[in-house]
Design a protein around this ligand. Sequence first.
Ligand SMILES: Cc1cc2nc3c(=O)[nH]c(=O)nc-3n(C[C@H](O)[C@H](O)[C@H](O)COP(=O)(O)OP(=O)(O)OC[C@H]3O[C@@H](n4cnc5c(N)ncnc54)[C@H](O)[C@@H]3O)c2cc1C
Length: 442
Amino acid sequence: MKHIKQNTVILGGGLTGLSAGLILKENATILEKNARPGGLVQTVNRNGYWFDHVIHLLHFRDDVTEAIIKDLLKDDLFPIAPLAYVETTEGVGKYPLQMNLRGLNKEAITKTLTDLAKVSFNIKHDSAENFEDMLRKSFGEYFCKLFMFPYNNKVWKRPLNSLAPSGFQWNIDQPNFEQVLNGALSDNSDFESYNANAWYPSPKDDSKVKGMEFLSYRLSKEVSDLRLNHTVKSIHLENKTVVAQHGNEEIEISYSNKCLSTIPLPHLIDICQDIDPKFKSAKSALKYNRVLSIMISIEGPRPENTGHWRYYGQSDICFTRLVFMHTFDPKLAPENGWGLLVEVIEPSEWPIRQSDEIINEVLEDIGKVNAIPDDCQVIDKHLMVVDPAYVVFTNESKALVEELKTYFDKNDVKLLGRYGQWEYSSMAQVMRDGFEWAKNLI
Ligand SMILES: Cc1cc2nc3c(=O)[nH]c(=O)nc-3n(C[C@H](O)[C@H](O)[C@H](O)COP(=O)(O)OP(=O)(O)OC[C@H]3O[C@@H](n4cnc5c(N)ncnc54)[C@H](O)[C@@H]3O)c2cc1C
């Protein structure tokens, strides 16, 4: 076995690991199991049709991260004014629907406002017990039944009252009655959603990397020791060693300072040799969902007025979102074509179905919502499974994650990232966390 000594070792070369590596430079070695850096943030090229693995729009929350990334991507990064629509049985409205009720029929608007008034002006504000309760207390019964419940049932496919009331909130815009009323009566264009300050890369025509993966690619050029195709097999807390498999070769890395883990937390527990055994059995509380990304290449005129993506609240439609890739960057498809990225979500513990079965179900439902016009032709379809994609928050899992963070911290292992610390975070958030953690180390 080959031995290496390093100050800090980083498990995983997604955005979290790359951001920490960008600051730590030669003081860190990044171990990434895939052949390409970026983790979730990768983009597939299927004969000139480019698809992000999952929908990805960059929205900054803090000035430092924004400055670093803008400096890195320079004039290859473009602002986008995100436009998304929500389809329901009672009409179509701009996202977030609660702020743009105008698209619904009059009866649905009246019922939404009546029930929202009941919860908004209820003086007794007891806290929500679970996710379902939180939605009901925030939006009122009617809007929940129209959109929030059927949509979230499709996302989580678990009883909503078994989920924790918090953890998901950053992308659920809490309604203020006045703003909702405004959006019911007029175009609520003054309302800024969480993703208003949004950006997407559009590199030069000859770039070998396109889509959001361009961000991963640029970050990866800034780190000193990124080892691709290196799968971390084990970690020993007391010895401060990590073993990685690279082809037929095993490499042991001793770290004198810290280990940063961005790999999925249940996986870290599995490969940790000397972890307190109680965590091995507690691990089953860490549930998660996968995303089935169906990438459809289409020849024919690009549809107009689709928005960048659309949400589907109807329970008889299997997908949660349709994403129109060419609206993010027109260069993501040949001029006479466009790419449609379909998002289906299901619990990771469900047995995975045959890809043909999934694709046929998706195409049938695309027909129901008329998303592919008659003058267009599907020329390629491809299924990619992203697992884990959404961590599931329960009161039990939240308590366990806190305990694990403290435990690993004491053992010089920092948990960070969307799956490393089991959270619902955006790209900008995980990059900020990576930068900040690394800056505090030096
Ligand atoms: C459906 C969906 C939509 C999203 N949309 C947006 C959006 O629009 N905007 C936004 O800002 N964010 C979005 N996000 C969130 C964003 O993608 C994540 O926050 C971010 O990519 C997480 O980066 P990470 O480095 O923490 O995790 P990851 O990207 O998962 O990186 C972890 C890395 O660890 C590697 N790894 C795992 N096991 C091992 C091992 N044993 N050995 C070595 N390496 C290993 C993996 O290969 C991976 O590269 C979305 C996420 C999902 C799922």
